[in-house]
Design a protein around this ligand. Sequence first.
Ligand code: AR6
Length: 183
Amino acid sequence: METMIGKTRLVLLRGDITRQSVDAIVNAANSTLLGGGGVDGAIHRAGGPKILEECKQIVARQRGCVTGDAVITGGGNLSAKFVIHAVGPFWSGGDRGEDGLLASAYRSSLRLAAAHRATSIAFPSISTGAYRFPVERAAGVALRAVRAFLRAESHTLLEVRFVLFGEADLAAYETALAALSPA
Ligand code: AR6
């Protein structure tokens, strides 16, 4: 499923984010930036030790990365030039600012991509695995955040891709995209 937002193609597909040929892939990281399971583990495994080394340098400079923010490294052995490590919120029921923090993780990632003149970026479904954010709600937050960024901020992006690992996740994002208000 895909749609245009201005000059940018927004694509939803099922797949493995480590295999995407895009300028930047986004990692669903944690505040330590030192790796973990899920998509984080897959990216570090596929990208090799260089990515973790760069993360450690960032940690030495600025400690870690707060929830809602993102940092950027090279892509190591991946075909992507950059990995953007975004930290989404852990789901605590929905009243702890989770929506805003999740939107912020997407916005921070897009700003870094734009600052590095990326023309394409691939996102996983941040926070909906180990962090247990309900995927139906996360999909709406993610798509609205991306659309708002693409409309309001200057950027170089021609394609934004959501790479969903499971069929149910893809279906949730498709439903959310179809339900996005035209405004
Ligand atoms: N490609 C695309 N999506 C993937 C892949 C892949 N190769 N592997 C998993 N997913 P999670 P979170 C999906 O748990 O919820 C880590 O330990 C997965 O099915 O990776 O933000 C970090 O270090 C799910 O839909 O990230 C943090 O500690 C989505 O990616 C914590 O987990 C996100 O699931 C972050 O939790």
